[in-house]
Design a protein around this ligand. Structure first.
Ligand SMILES: Nc1ncnc2[nH]cnc12
Ligand SMILES: [Zn+2]
Length: 338
């Protein structure tokens, strides 16, 4: 491995766009399917990994929801979160904001309390044992109705302190932000930070909708903003963070190749872009593999890597004091020769 890659791996960074179900390892999926008696059409790690071959977002989501269907009890959720937090430690992800999607497990009779008890325990252990920092985001599923999302928001009321914000994920096309206007208004009243996927497969209008109707603090993906000059100007002027996921975008055919990805052009234009893994086990890499792909295929410089990591701390929902401490840590790393 070259010196720059070693330096990138050691760089402190925050991950702001990660679906916990998207970090389910194939071996864990098989183990839980066997433990919980869930029938799945795969019998080996190789056969699961062969299915990681997607034409678009929906073809991925079909496998992603099948994977999530094997989780049943508190221990299953604990190990899912622990596996990801172990990876954060290995990759110098010093802070993570993690999307959890309790609506996914409801059809299997899994209560929100069970899901949160497992996740909470793993996060508390990572904090106590390794000083790791993690926050959870309640991610609602846009292929379901707004009523269902509102019902979930009500269900988590007793667990309000487990979540820093709400997000909106799943099938984007045909499910515009406007469908969830009431949900976001209610969540805002309750003090949640607001995030939504927009402009991944959906058009720039969906990003306008996320900004103007949902009033989001941060946009997940947002790469299609470049099709609308006025939108780019607004995003730059307001420094709205965009959580970009390079390997995900290539695997889901948003870009044909990594060489065509626009993340560094967006960065150079002055947009507040960050690097994230989205669903790392399904898309062939966690955070460091995303950074390495930008170095290999787009010629990312050290200064650009530092800017991307600094953006990840600024765009986080940490206190100003915590952000400042992490940016100082990053500046110390930046002073080391790559
Ligand atoms: N990339 C993605 N876009 C929308 N919803 C998702 N859920 C998990 N990954 C997603
Ligand atoms: Zn996502």
């Amino acid at each position: 491995m070259n010196d720059f890659k070693q330096w990138l791996r050691a760089m402190p960074k925050a991950e702001l766009h990660l679906h916990i179900d998207g970090s389910l390892q194939a071996s864990r999926l098989l183990q839980l399917a066997a433990k919980n008696g869930v029938e799945i059409p795969y019998d080996s790690v190789e056969s699961v990994e062969q299915a990681y071959n997607f034409d678009d977002l929906q073809s991925f989501l079909d496998l992603y929801y099948l994977g999530a269907s094997v989780l049943r009890d508190e221990e299953d959720f604990y190990y899912l979160m622990k596996d990801y937090l172990d990876k954060c430690r290995e990759q110098n992800i010093v802070h993570a904001e993690i999307m959890v999607e309790p609506q996914t497990y409801l059809p299997y009779g899994v209560a929100v309390e069970t899901v949160l008890a497992g996740f909470r325990k793993a996060i508390a252990a990572a904090k106590a044992q390794n000083g790791q920092s993690a926050l959870m985001i309640l991610s609602l599923l846009r292929h379901l109705s707004e009523e269902e999302a509102l019902a979930m928001l009500d269900s988590v009321e007793p667990f309000r302190n487990d979540f820093v914000g709400i997000g909106l994920a799943s099938s984007e096309l045909g499910n515009p932000p406007e469908k969830f206007a009431q949900l976001y208004a209610k969540a805002k009243e309750q003090g949640y930070k607001l995030i939504a996927h927009a402009g991944e497969e959906g058009p720039p209008e969906y990003i306008w909708g996320a900004l103007d109707v949902l009033q989001v603090d941060r946009v997940d993906h947002g790469v299609r903003c470049v099709e609308d000059e006025a939108l780019v100007k607004r995003l730059i002027a307001e420094q709205v963070p965009l959580t970009v996921c390079p390997l995900s975008n290539v695997r889901l055919c948003v870009f044909n190749t990594m060489a065509e990805h626009n993340i560094l052009e967006m960065l150079e234009q002055g947009l507040c872009v960050t690097v994230n893994s989205d669903d790392p086990t399904y898309f062939g890499g966690f955070m460091n593999e995303n950074f390495e792909a930008l170095a290999d295929d787009l010629g990312m410089t050290k200064a650009q890597a530092v800017q991307l990591a600094a953006n990840s701390f600024r765009a986080s929902f940490l206190s100003d004091e915590d952000k400042h401490a992490l940016i100082q840590q990053l500046e110390q790393h930046a002073a080391i020769a790559a």
